[in-house]
Design a protein around this ligand. Sequence first.
Ligand SMILES: Nc1ncnc2c1ncn2[C@@H]1O[C@H](COP(=O)(O)OP(=O)(O)O)[C@@H](O)[C@H]1O
Ligand SMILES: [Mg+2]
Length: 495
Amino acid sequence: MSEQPENRSLAAIRNVLDAGRALIYLQTSEEERAIDLFGRLPLPGSDRPPEVYVWSLTDGLQIGGRACNTQPQGPRGILDFIVSHRERAVFLLRDFHECMRDSAEIRRRLRDLVRAGWESGKVTVICSPVRLLPPELERDIAFVKLPLPDAEELETVVRAGAGGAVPEPDDVHRLARALQGLTLQEARHAIRFAMTRIGRLDASAIPLLQEEKRLLVRRTGLIEYVPDTAGIDQLGGLETLKNWLRQRRDLFYARDGLSREIVPKGVLLMGVSGCGKSLSARVIAGVFGLPLYRVNMSQIFAAGLGEAERLFAEACRTMEEVAPAVVWFDEIEDALSRQHQDAAGVMDRIFGFFLTWMQERPPGLFVAATANRIDLLPAEMLRKGRFDQVFFIDLPDQHERLEIFGIHLRRRGVDVSGLNLNMMATRSEGWTGAEIEQCVISAITAARIENRPVGDDHFFNALREIVPLSRTMKEQVGYIRAWAFDRALRASPKA
Ligand SMILES: Nc1ncnc2c1ncn2[C@@H]1O[C@H](COP(=O)(O)OP(=O)(O)O)[C@@H](O)[C@H]1O
Ligand SMILES: [Mg+2]
């Protein structure tokens, strides 16, 4: 598939190597993967993959997993060893941040090493799960945060894990996508788990892989992995929104080669309840071919206002780890409206944080925020440039209702050729998509009870039973529409 991104981790490393950096600080908890990646990239001026020496305080110096004959003494010893080494090579130092922290001598020797590296093509990599850079070395060290494995790396894991029975290319692609957001180690573990459970790797393994991911995200409890993304054909009407998404998908995929300003960052969807905001969030993930994560706003506020700020920031940071992905802030104003007066300060700070985070988040994250009452949101949230677009999702018109009836009938295996969908669409004026779906379910239920195929008469009855929200809550719907009129773009073409 052309949508498959290139291996972004290799690209990130190649960038610093090509820039001729001799001292690299690599932030990752995946040391083995880092060793493997460095072992695959020729150093500048060479066309062969380099030797990779690995050093740690506990295991000493190793190459290819075996202890070397010469064993340098301690952190100072390994740096001296590198300085005097004669050939091009990569030296990966595990957890060396600890060694630099309390020794001025070590920090000085590292700077010598930068010079020695430039001269002879040697590269030293400090590998650590945390970012702890001594300020005096900031300029000498190239900092790289190793991205989590992308689809390409994960496809390799899938193929390797399948043993002799290599799965279909389509399945490999889908399985790899289901693994996105995991480290390589976690992905391998998930694959082994699936293999022992069902003995093969095909589409039926996907739920097992997703379970592994759910466990990962559940560690924080603030973010929920949403396994059921939706295809664009499941969303009736809303053509303007759908076209917008199709165009942005290509831009999003080309993000590595684009200036940050034009990489799609997110949308805010507002509108009448039951008209498909949540469904649209699932469709966005489907269209972009990305995993979907929902930030649980009520969980964030459940622990009280004092904690909310910290938890919200933590949720946002966790999301950075799972890029590329769609992050869904569902009913973002909900938490807001339920809080009382003294919440104002906290809410301001949380939304302030959110907006800054929107600007700084890695370009591989696309934000989908939904709101029923957009008028409760602070004005700066709507200012141009925060979101790429603010969409207003209105009650569906005649043509859209027809489409929505069709979608829900077909999805339930009903043959629509003998049904008068036009009549249904006309009679359901003012209905939401959710109400149309309800109507379809009650018609099918009635037909089932009578043990007959679904007919127009079942719909006559079902259409009479439902009193649409737009009638019971006429004023509120009117208010939302009026408010959105000049502040948001209609998700449907006609006004
Ligand atoms: N435009 C639509 N096309 C197809 N189904 C829809 C549409 N709008 C709503 N529905 C149906 O109603 C359900 C509820 O809609 P939802 O997306 O949760 O509404 P909201 O989040 O705006 O309150 C959806 O899961 C879907 O089955
Ligand atoms: Mg919703």
